[in-house]
Design a protein around this ligand. Structure first.
Ligand code: AMP
Length: 718
């Protein structure tokens, strides 16, 4: 989390796409484009953390508000619309660890109503669409992970996660261990299946009951392991285990609520579908209601909110669905969500607790972050004992003092927030906190650079920074050394064997096997890492040597350089040698970099200690070149041409992202909006307004067959 740009403090970056003519001034457009670009990158990052790592860093609420801001901007400036924008996709991620599965029908996300006004607005849209209110089915929004179950002739043949909505992960072996998923449908229910081949795909939510989550975390704590942030992450993480035996041990449960192809059953409403699911042997949430008026819907939502704490599982809202399937079809879908449904999200939960202390955490670049130490309190599904206070200004602005009763807020999950003190409860001896003048880890003086909010420890020998730097290097988004976690890094530092990231590459399995874990066995002897774990870890260290160059740039820990920025830089300077040859001006000229970041990179590379580490890494065999295959495969057949993709590529089954990548690999630019400058529009099935615009502007249009021929022959037909 440290060093990530704060969500609302995003740096200026150059706009990625050309702005079509509009009423807005060019400055306004440039600002909007920069903000859109930044928001997309930020959302992508958090989507990855949420779905791939099951370890989100921001609350759902914050995520949703980023998404809404982006949506708002894209609506206001349609010229910046991009088919690969997160607003156009279902959030999700497909891990390479599981086989991917294409969903027969797309798994959609849901649009959100953040308050009752927005819920009313949606109800009004439904009413307007039909000319009168139609019955809607209200269900609890279970806070778990989506699952799709396919039954062939009544037998379970496949289970898949939602993934990005088009492709998910095959978790069939794991799901077989989840007791409440029937391996076969009840015979009576099977008769209602109308599809000839008798195959149906059912959908629902897999979740972990609160009590099981608490027990699992208590167990993890005993074993000195990190627990899950909340039941939802616990469910998703337990489902996506490499070892299905572990999934089977976890107490997972399901509530089913939908079907991929509604015509595959002889039922014609959501309500009837739920009855069918129940009869077929599935668990269906009992708390559903068919409502005929807005007032009934609001009452259902209010009750759900009131009763949520008493439920055995977490819910994060209410899903309201137009009941009749024909009426659902009439309303249809947007690119990411059905128009016939809305998720009413509960407001973030707030609790009060005591602020016991404010401690200081030292990050990998020396940033000092004040952390609120709280009397543990249960908020929105998990226990909160600590919360970041970000920086000194924030502590002052909130006027929180040690000894205060504070209000803590959490929206469904993760990052809890201290809102402020309850002044009427402030004790006389509440203490005003001040940033220490020395680093709590190494004792050196801390400084605050002009114009910066953060205090920093700039000592190169600070152990707290060293640990954070090493952990970051080994993390999944950097060199991805599987098994090199916090504990092992701490031991390696303590033993003095590792001081900087290059030292990792001097370790071997024999030495690692002797590393003490800090735990004692029954006889009071220190437990060492052991041969098997050590061999695995040594192999992971070796593997990491051949990673792509951008990972080194991300991992080495330059300020302002995270994953995205590292990729941008490696795209322009594809080797360490090339990068070392770049001047500060060269760096600042890279699209999206700018002076501040260029200065940080340049200074970092010119600092002798840093250069020495990079040099040692190279000598120890760590790859310092951008992926040669990828770089070499970019050709220039389509250089200078701009393509826009619209509609779905049903023949090839390619997503628009994939198609875009193929075009880029031939040197083309891919844009999200059609203008006079567009060279070609590729129109798949059900192409929309972009095709109309291309035709009106006289931009040539290729259908999917022509596009596929282009990919094969690598030349454009005349
Ligand atoms: P979101 O993840 O915020 O886009 O919300 C959409 C997700 O809510 C769906 O993909 C489902 O996994 C989940 N969900 C939970 N309960 C329900 C329900 N009763 N009906 C539909 N979706 C639900």
């Amino acid at each position: 989390m440290e060093e990530q740009a704060s969500l609302f403090d995003m740096m200026d970056e150059a706009p990625e796409q050309e702005a079509a003519p509009s009423e807005a001034s060019s400055q306004e457009l440039a600002q909007a484009a920069a903000r859109i670009k930044k928001l997309r990158a930020e959302i992508e990052h958090h989507t990855y953390l949420y779905y791939a790592k099951d370890a989100p860093e921001i609350s759902d609420f914050a995520y949703d508000s980023l998404m809404r801001e982006l949506k708002g901007l894209e609506e206001k400036y349609p010229q910046f619309m991009d088919p690969s924008s997160p607003t156009q996709r279902v959030g999700g991620y497909v891990s390479e660890q599981f086989t991917s599965v294409r969903h027969e029908q797309r798994m959609y996300s849901l649009d959100n109503a953040m308050d009752l006004d927005e819920l009313d607005a949606w109800l009004a849209r439904v009413e307007e669409f039909f000319g009168h209110m139609v019955p809607v089915c209200c269900e609890l929004k279970i806070d778990g992970s989506s699952i799709a179950l396919t039954y062939d002739n009544g037998r379970l043949v496949r289970a898949a996660t939602r993934g990005d909505g088009v492709t998910g992960e095959d978790v069939t072996v794991n799901i077989r261990g989840v007791a409440d998923v029937p391996l076969a449908l009840a015979a009576d229910a099977t008769q209602l299946i109308t599809r000839q081949e008798g195959s149906i795909e059912l959908r629902g939510e897999i979740y972990m009951p609160k009590s099981s989550f608490n027990a699992l975390n208590a167990e993890a704590e005993l074993a000195g392991k990190q627990g899950f942030a909340n039941p939802r992450n616990a469910a998703a993480g337990s489902l996506r285990q490499k070892d299905p035996g572990i999934t089977a041990q976890r107490d997972l449960a399901t509530f089913m609520y939908s079907i991929a192809d509604q015509r595959s059953l002889g039922v014609n409403s959501q309500w009837d579908l739920l009855q069918w699911l129940r009869a077929a042997g599935f668990h269906v949430n009992p708390d559903v209601k068919l409502c005929n008026t807005g007032a009934e819907v609001r009452e259902f939502c209010a009750n759900a909110l009131k009763n949520r704490d008493g439920l055995a599982y977490d819910i994060d809202g209410v899903v309201v669905k137009v009941n009749n399937f024909d009426q659902q079809d009439a309303m249809g879908f947007t690119s990411r969500a059905p128009r016939w449904a809305i998720a009413f999200k509960f407001p973030p939960e707030e609790k009060t607790t005591l602020l016991r202390d404010i401690t200081v955490q030292v990050g990998r670049t020396g940033k000092l972050t004040p952390v609120a130490e709280l009397v543990p309190v249960a908020v929105a599904g998990s226990v909160v004992a600590r919360a970041t206070l970000h920086n000194v200004d924030e502590v002052q602005r909130k006027d929180v003092r040690i000894g205060d009763t504070v209000i803590v807020r959490k929206a469904g999950d993760v990052i809890p927030e201290v809102l402020g003190p309850v002044l009427s409860l402030r004790p006389e001896d509440a203490t005003v906190w001040q940033m220490p003048t020395t680093c709590p880890s190494c004792g050196s003086h801390v400084i605050r650079e002009e114009g910066e909010v953060d205090f920093r420890c700039i000592s190169i020998d600070c152990p707290a920074q060293a640990a954070e730097r090493l952990i970051h290097w080994a993390s999944r988004e950097a060199l991805d050394i599987d098994g090199m976690g916090e504990e092992i890094v701490a031991r390696l530092l303590e033993s003095g064997r590792v001081r900087d990231v290059a030292d990792f590459y001097t370790l071997d399995a024999v030495e690692l096997s002797q590393l003490e874990t800090g735990r004692l066995n029954k006889e009071g002897q220190p437990i060492t890492l052991g041969k098997k774990t050590a061999e695995k870890l040594a192999a992971a260290i070796q593997d990491s040597k051949s990673r792509d160059f951008w990972r080194v740039l991300n991992g080495i820990g330059m300020r302002h350089v995270g994953k995205n920025m590292a990729q941008v830089i490696a795209g322009v300077y594809p080797s360490l040698e090339a990068l070392m040859g770049a001047s500060e001006e060269n760096l600042a000229a890279i699209d999206g970099v700018g002076e501040k970041i260029a200065h940080s990179i340049w200074t970092f590379l010119r600092t002798p200690d840093n250069a020495a580490v990079l040099d040692r890494l190279a000598h120890l065999g760590v790859n310092m070149q951008a992926d040669a295959v990828a770089a070499a495969s970019v050709t220039d057949e389509l250089a200078g041409l701009t393509f826009v993709l619209t509609g779905s590529l049903v023949q090839s089954g390619m997503t628009r992202d994939e198609a875009g990548e193929r075009l880029k690999a031939m040197g083309a630019k891919v844009s999200g909006s059609v203008s006079k400058k567009t060279s070609y529009v590729i129109a798949g099935e059900a192409a929309g307004s972009k095709l109309d615009k291309a035709l009106s502007l006289g931009v040539p249009v290729l259908d999917e067959a022509a596009f596929l021929r282009l990919l094969e022959s690598r030349t454009l037909e005349q």
